[in-house]
Write a protein that binds this ligand. Structure first.
Ligand code: 2DT
Ligand code: MG
Length: 244
């Protein structure tokens, strides 16, 4: 078998620079003659993707469970083609993946729910915020539909503070693009990172998304070159599956 390609996922909050960096990375790979391909989730071009797109633009309302499953189905639509590409030696760069799926859904709260506990030590109470309300969907439920998807060899998490991201151009147009929700999404990503590291499903690397573009680009390039080299024996081995 020829050397397989690496599966590299770029994750982060909205406006953390993922799409810009993914585009630069694919250009560098191609200039280095590494067979590679860029994919993105949600893929809004498929029939399922069109439903997701309409939901994200707030043109339609969908039950929170249903939209979560659609996001996962949108990955399953191409899961076998990802594996095929990797096995044929193509490196796959993926802009968002199942980790966004879990983080964005498990961070949802019911705005009309009773806050967990907003009382302070002196007995007064503070206004309930997003983070004091109970989750709408259990974390384990959010993770379940993505179990057995191809696992990335490397996940690059572009970390940015929500208030910094909110000042970047193009922010705020779609559902979920508000600071309170993004704060909670960032917390969920930390939990996912711990789990990925504990279970050894590929490497999870946190990069400072607040740095200059060029600095982030170089940091990404170093990590990707390392990933392409494979393990100690110079092999990436067979494609692993998420969480199993
Ligand atoms: P973009 O801005 O990158 O197009 O993402 N999302 C994404 C989910 O809620 N679940 C998922 O599984 C994925 C992949 C994150 C659009 C928004 O969709 C959210 C932001
Ligand atoms: Mg967006």
């Amino acid at each position: 078998m020829s050397k397989r390609g690496a599966f590299v996922v770029i994750e982060g909050l909205d406006r953390s620079g993922k799409s810009t960096q993914a585009a630069t990375l694919i250009k560098r790979l191609q200039e280095s003659n590494v067979p590679s391909k860029l994919i993105k989730f949600p893929d809004r071009t498929t029939p399922i993707g069109k439903l997701i797109d309409s939901y994200l633009r707030s043109e339609t309302e969908l039950d929170d469970h249903a939209i979560h499953l659609l996001f996962s189905a949108n990955r399953w639509e191409v899961a076998s083609s990802i594996v095929k590409d990797l096995e044929n030696g193509t490196t796959v760069i993926c802009d968002r993946y199942a980790f966004s799926g879990i983080a964005f859904s498990a961070s949802k709260v019911d705005p009309s729910s009773k806050p967990v506990d907003t009382s302070t030590s002196d007995g007064s109470s503070v206004a309930p915020t997003h983070s004091t309300r109970p989750p709408l969907l259990p974390y384990s439920w959010c993770r379940a539909p993505d179990v057995s998807l191809p696992a990335p060899d490397l996940t690059l998490f572009l970390d940015i503070l929500p208030h910094i991201a909110s000042q970047r151009a193009g922010y705020g147009g779609e559902r979920y693009e508000n600071q309170e929700h993004q704060e909670r999404v960032r917390e969920l990503f930390s939990r996912i990172a711990e789990e990925v590291e504990a279970e050894g499903v590929g490497r999870w690397v946190v990069l400072d998304g607040g740095l200059e573009l060029k600095e982030v680009e170089e940091a990404i390039w170093r990590e990707v070159k390392e990933a392409l080299r494979g393990g100690d024996d110079g092999e990436l081995g067979s494609v692993k599956r998420l969480w199993d």
